[in-house]
Design a binder for this molecule. Structure first.
Ligand SMILES: CC(C)(COP(=O)(O)OP(=O)(O)OC[C@H]1O[C@@H](n2cnc3c(N)ncnc32)[C@H](O)[C@@H]1OP(=O)(O)O)[C@@H](O)C(=O)NCCC(=O)NCCS
Length: 148
């Protein structure tokens, strides 16, 4: 089941997934809490049997949406969890009305092949390579998907 985050109930599990999934530059508890309270952000969790298996944070600004963070617990990867979270986002953005949100954008480390594959499969295209985008010097693909 996908629902909006309930911070009291879910924060520990979300932070655990974040810690396991992201070795470089992961969000700490305060940053995750910030996103929960950010009016522009939407924060979904995917839950099964009271366990959080994955989460998605995205932000809406004017006529575009930006993927902020996406992760599936390693034990439950490649079972469609992130796809379901993504579809929830797409359906929500489309429900806002034709033309309301025109594009979805994101940055992904150019060496994160799995996430890159995931985004390509979900209709994103490499628009730009941002050299040394991350603090450790990694490059990022700037990817975009037209929603219209
Ligand atoms: C990227 C990530 C969120 C995908 O989550 P997931 O729940 O496993 O994704 P899904 O099961 O919905 O996969 C959908 C598609 O993505 C691609 N994909 C997912 N895992 C893959 C893998 N290990 N190898 C190659 N392609 C993969 C495939 O195209 C897959 O479709 P298929 O299974 O029909 O071939 C997950 O691997 C993850 O949490 N990675 C670590 C955190 C991260 O890098 N997040 C992205 C930050 S930008």
């Amino acid at each position: 089941m996908i629902r909006l985050i309930d911070v009291k109930k879910d924060l520990d599990q979300v932070c655990e997934i974040e810690d396991i999934c992201f070795k470089d530059g992961h969000y700490n508890r305060d940053q995750i809490n910030y996103e929960v309270n950010n009016e522009l952000s939407k924060f979904y969790v995917y839950e099964e049997d009271d366990k959080i298996l994955g989460f998605l944070i995205y932000m809406i600004t004017f006529n575009s949406a930006t993927v902020v963070q996406l992760a599936t617990h390693p034990k439950y990867q490649r079972k469609g969890v992130a796809t379901k979270l993504f579809n929830e986002m797409i359906n929500y953005l489309k429900s806002l009305g034709y033309g309301e949100i025109e594009t979805i954008t994101l940055e992904v480390r150019s060496n994160n092949e799995i996430a890159h594959q995931f985004y390509l499969k979900n209709g994103f295209k490499d628009t730009l390579l941002k050299k040394k985008y991350y603090s450790n010097g990694d490059d990022a693909y700037y990817m975009t998907r037209i929603l219209l």
